[in-house]
Design a binder for this molecule. Structure first.
Ligand code: ADP
Ligand code: MG
Length: 595
């Protein structure tokens, strides 16, 4: 059955409300009218994935002039409206059901749009918009779409007043330049270094505070910052995020999430009595069988006496003994094999004190080889000291009372790569989901969902830390920067004598929609809250006042430690303006059938 998900701003926590309801396509008509003047409809396909129907296209295939612009604006606005309620620390989460019934619960704008099956070209542009922000900055993916939606809404009003779309587009361009410059002016540099990274942690905490995982924002932010600093090149101010691997394993608590200075392999030592910890490990990485050659089936071995059997066995044992000796001779203190070896060999390895790990996959072997600077050895004869990988510490860690064990390969010789290892407990969201959906999917799935969302949230935090290393400037969040820009753009409008000034004013008003959405999502009166904060900013000429989403008792975002990166905010404004300009410039929509 299809699951519809709807949201209500009356809930002040970040819970979701899911309504289970079967719908046929003919029934979907009743959803119409929720969106723009009955032109748009948000519908759900048989798998519960939302998609958008643009109504005019039922009747007309070709739209020209103002009709085309209006229809396109409506499509863009519809997408923005879906994301609007997810913005901010009190934003709602969305539950998306995939084609094979897999469920994603997320608060991340890019992810929501990614998973939605949008069938309108303009709506797809909005998806692209969110993706670009994700690609360039990593955070602010919801905000950028909300901003674009507000710009479209304002543009529509200007068109209704009879202002030509090109004039609106040009006005927006000027306004965006004013806003971006103003951001630069109000931005603050904040200093940090490897020893004092508290400011970085604070900024990452702002990002995480709007996520489902905000319960652990402090520890997750610290992990993210430490990970970024571990791989950062502070001199070149560059961070290669590819060096940070994010792994997850169901079980334990979110609090158990940890940072590993190295790589993680989901394997254990082949024998329980082997040492659990090897310092300064020299690792032989073998893709050849680590056991005596087995008689192939096509060969015939006659064993007709007990003696012959004994000799063969001895020979095999001796052969293996020599292999072990060879490993020891080249200096290996740990053997990692792609293949297995039998219990007898295992026992011998334990006795000869050569720890080994078996059945390690090809991909992981490669990863180990790259990180430790070792070479994969495909033929046993080729094993030489130079081919061994080196790691400061290899240890096996077991989790709680479970039998699960993982291998930590830390302080590798060749790589700064780190791993963030996420643990996830049963999440309350998931239990809610079970109750509402009245179906039991197993706790494992619920935990996995939590881990997936944690991965996305950590990704955002990593991006924020990276951006700050690239550029140390920050602006204040909670809508403070937007309100400051709105005031600046409004003031600038007077300087333009042309029709553009209307568009510039409209841009200023659109900027207000971000703090308005934040207030609305937090259960505050949007207009009253906004005007109070705005007049406070004007009166004291201080750009730090924003929306007090968490009811802390102050509007001063400096006190609340709500920062965002300058480049992130600038990028949001620039990208949103670009997309809206693009949409405004389309005046002819020709579908395939017209050709
Ligand atoms: P995005 O995907 O755009 O990052 P978020 O859901 O993360 O969307 O919301 C980001 C917005 O929430 C930003 O405008 C940010 O300044 C604001 N915000 C985050 N934390 C707080 C807070 N504690 N108080 C007020 N505003 C906050
Ligand atoms: Mg965010």
């Amino acid at each position: 059955g299809a699951t519809r998900v709807s949201h209500s701003n009356h809930f002040r926590s970040s819970f979701f409300l899911a309504v289970r309801k079967k719908k046929t396509r003919s029934e979907l008509g009743s959803d119409r009218g929720k969106f723009e003047a009955r032109k748009m409809a948000l519908a759900f396909d048989e798998f519960g994935r939302p998609f958008i129907i643009l109504r005019e296209q039922d009747q007309k295939t070709r739209l020209r002039g103002i009709d085309a612009q209006k229809a396109n604006i409506a499509a863009g606005k519809a997408v923005a409206r879906i994301l609007r309620s997810s913005l901010g620390p009190k934003g709602m989460d969305k539950m998306l059901q995939g084609p094979d019934g897999d469920v994603t619960i997320t608060n991340d704008g890019a992810t929501i749009l990614e998973q939605m099956d949008v069938d309108n070209q303009i709506a797809k542009l909005m998806v692209e918009l969110s993706r670009s922000q994700d690609y360039e900055i990593g955070d602010g993916t919801t905000g950028v779409v909300v901003m674009a939606g507000a710009l479209l809404e304002q543009a529509e009003r200007q068109l209704d007043r009879g202002i030509h779309p090109i004039r609106v587009a040009e006005g927006y361009e000027m306004a965006s330049r004013v806003a971006v410059e103003h951001l630069e002016r109000i931005s603050q540099k904040f200093e940090f270094d490897v020893n004092n990274f508290e400011p970085l942690v604070q900024t990452c905490m702002t990002t995480l505070s709007s996520k489902i995982v905000n319960r652990c924002k402090r520890s997750l932010a610290e992990i993210a910052v430490k990970a970024v600093l571990a791989v950062a090149d502070l001199e070149r101010r560059d961070v290669n995020l590819d060096l940070i691997k994010i792994e997850g394993k169901v079980g334990g608590n979110l609090e158990d999430t940890e940072l590993i200075y190295g790589i993680l392999v989901d394997k254990d030592m082949s024998h329980p009595q082997m040492p659990k910890q090897i310092e300064d490990a020299h690792i032989a990485i073998l893709t050849c069988p680590f056991e005596p050659p087995k008689p192939k089936t096509k060969h015939k071995v006659d064993i007709d006496t007990v003696e012959k059997f004994e000799t063969l066995r001895k020979q095999e044992q001796q052969y293996f003994d020599e292999m072990v000796q060879k490993c020891k001779d080249v200096g290996a203190t740990l053997v990692i094999c792609q293949w297995g070896f039998d219990d007898e060999a295992n026992h011998l390895l334990m006795h000869r004190n050569l720890p080994a790990v078996r059945w390690v996959g090809g991909v992981e072997l490669e990863l180990i080889a790259i990180a430790t600077g070792g070479r994969i050895v495909p033929r046993f004869q080729e094993l030489t000291p130079g081919k061994l990988g080196k790691a400061g510490m290899v240890r096996e860690k077991s989790f709680g009372t479970t039998k699960e064990r993982m291998l930590y390969i830390e302080h590798c010789a060749n790589s700064k790569a780190v791993t963030i290892f996420i643990r996830g407990g049963t999440c309350i969201l998931f239990i809610l989901h079970l109750l509402i959906n009245n179906s039991f999917l197993g706790y494992g799935l619920g935990n996995k969902m939590m881990i997936e969302e944690t991965k996305r949230s950590i990704h955002d935090a990593l991006c924020v830390a990276r951006n700050l290393i690239r550029n140390k400037s920050i602006v204040y969040g909670g809508g403070a920067a937007e309100i400051a820009c709105s005031l600046a753009v409004d003031a600038a409008a007077d300087k333009y004598p042309g029709v553009e000034q209307y568009a510039i004013r409209a841009f200023a008003e659109a900027l207000d929609s971000v703090p308005m959405a934040l207030a609305e999502n937090s259960g505050l009166q949007p207009i009253e809250t906004l005007s109070a904060v705005k007049s406070q900013q004007l009166k004291e000429n201080i750009p730090f006042y924003g929306i007090d989403c968490n009811d802390v008792g102050t509007n001063d975002m400096r006190e609340q430690n709500v920062f965002e990166t300058l480049i992130g905010k600038q990028q949001q404004i620039l990208l949103a303006t670009q997309v809206v300009k693009m949409i405004l410039k389309i005046d002819d929509v020709i579908s395939n059938s017209e050709y």
